[in-house]
Each structure stands twice: as C-alpha cells, then as structure tokens.
Design a protein around this ligand. Structure first.
Ligand code: M1P
Length: 254
C-alpha cells in the first residue's frame, strides 16, 4: 500500500493517536467507511496511530485485516505489542514481568472468585492471557453484543467488576498491578505504568513536537485517563466515533 513518507507529511512533527473502542469504532464493532476515509486523508497531513487496550486480533476485526497498512503506528495492548510502518517493535511481556509462580497464584484466585459469582448469564473465556496483560471477564469474552449490553447494565447496578477488582487488590497488595475497567464486560490487569502511556516510549525519539490523543474513557479510572492527561500529549475527550470525526475535521481540515 502506498502512503506519503513520514518526512513529507503536510504538518511536520505531529502525531495523532486514537483509542479504538468508543473513539474510532463503537465498542467491539467495526469502523465505518467514513472514519476510515477520514483517517486516510489525515495520514497525508500528519503521522497517525492507534493505541488500544485490546489485542491486535480484535483490532483487526474492528479496523480491517490491513490495519498495519492504514496506520503509521499500531499499539495494541497499550503498546505492549507495537508496530511502526508495519515493522514489529521490541517490547516486554506480562508473564516475564510477573513470573510463573505469582501468575499461577493470581489465576487460581481469579478462577475461584469467578466460580462463586452468581450472574444471570455466563458464557465462555473468562480469563484471556495476552502479551502485556491479562483480561478478566465475569460473563466471558464470547458473550454476544446483546449479552454484553445486558451484562454492562447488570455490572453497573451490582458493581461486579468493581468488587472483583477490590478483592484482587486486597489479595495481591504485594504485586504492583493496575486494574483497569476499560470496556463493557471485562477489566485488564497489568503492571503499574503499563497503561497507554507505555506506547509513548515507542515514539520518544521520533522528534514529534505535538502528539494528539483522542479517547472516550478519559475520566479518572478510565483506561484513557493516563495518556489523555500526560504532559506529553494534547488530549481530546470524545463521546463517540462521530465526535472524533467532528473534532478531527475542526482541527485539521478547516
Ligand atoms: O479497548 C477497551 C477494552 O475493550 C475490551 O473490553 P470489553 O470486552 O470489556 O468491552 C477489552 O479488549 C479490553 O481489554 C479493553 O481494554
């Protein structure tokens, strides 16, 4: 796929990073043709990238199998899986950081806790092991879109994830972990500091003088909060992909 080389973009030394769910696409659904077209145009002007909590496989379902061709930077799992112009960058892994013994203890606790929950519906894949984090879902990751929505309402009312996180924090107070409720049915667990600001180290030496970040979970406790409020970025809080389109047009196409 052909694109304007980074050094020849219209607005020099500017990078625009996007969260995925709720910012470029509706939660766990596909990006619209309108936003993909806008990103193509934006890429002629500035460098663009995404920084999402999910893994690359899920982001491909949402942004297209060719997503590594669409973005200059692809940061999955908060940047723990990272690509620049389609080339994989070196990164760390959650399992190396935590070690097998502590990880086993964590998994056993999670499975016991899940077994004691009484939810209206449960599906499958309750714990997902990723490169940079684990993702825990009380209903299970293969819930359908309708089941997700039902679960999210139930969770807000009964604070299922909030209580789960509190129990984990208490049990594993000796391990410096962050628990992030970034989506509808699950929460992510990763070493403190491995939030979305982790991705910024991959572009540190590239000389960007302006790094914009667009996200929908920019409130304290949301998984966009740290990168949105980081002094290295210019944060934009959005409430939907349409809102992202509106602000991008305002800033870059006026
Ligand atoms: O990108 C936000 C979150 O998206 C998914 O969350 P959920 O399935 O709960 O809606 C997950 O991939 C999660 O890891 C991610 O942070």
């Amino acid at each position: 796929m052909s694109f304007v080389p980074l050094s020849e973009r219209e607005i020099k030394n500017t990078l625009v990073l996007f969260d995925v769910d709720g910012t470029l696409t509706p939660a766990r659904l596909q990006a619209s043709d309108e936003i993909l077209e806008l990103l193509k145009e934006l890429r002629k002007k500035v460098a663009i990238g995404f920084v999402g909590g999910s893994d690359l496989a899920k982001q491909k379902e949402q942004l297209g199998d060719n997503l590594l061709d669409l973005f200059d930077y692809a940061f999955s799992e908060n940047g723990l899986t990272a690509y620049r112009l389609g080339e994989k960058l070196a990164s760390q892994s959650f399992i190396n950081w935590i070690g097998e013994e502590k990880y086993k203890k964590l998994v056993k606790f999670v499975l016991r806790y899940l077994a004691e929950l009484d939810l209206p519906k449960v599906r499958g894949t309750f714990l997902e092991f990723r490169n940079g984090m684990i993702n825990i879902s009380p209903i299970g990751r293969n819930a359908s879109t309708a089941e997700r929505q039902e679960y999210e309402k139930f969770d807000i009312e009964h604070k299922i994830r909030e209580k789960f996180v509190a129990a984990l924090k208490q049990e594993f107070s000796d391990i410096d972990l962050t628990y992030s409720i970034g989506g509808q049915i699950s929460f992510d667990v990763f070493p403190t500091g491995w939030d979305k600001t982790y991705a910024l180290q991959h572009v540190e030496k590239e000389g960007y003088t302006a790094i914009h970040f667009f996200g929908d979970k920019t409130f304290k406790g949301g998984n966009d909060y740290e990168i949105y409020s980081d002094p290295r970025t210019i944060g934009h809080a959005v409430n939907s992909p349409d809102d992202t389109i509106r602000i991008i047009k305002e800033i870059f196409f006026k």
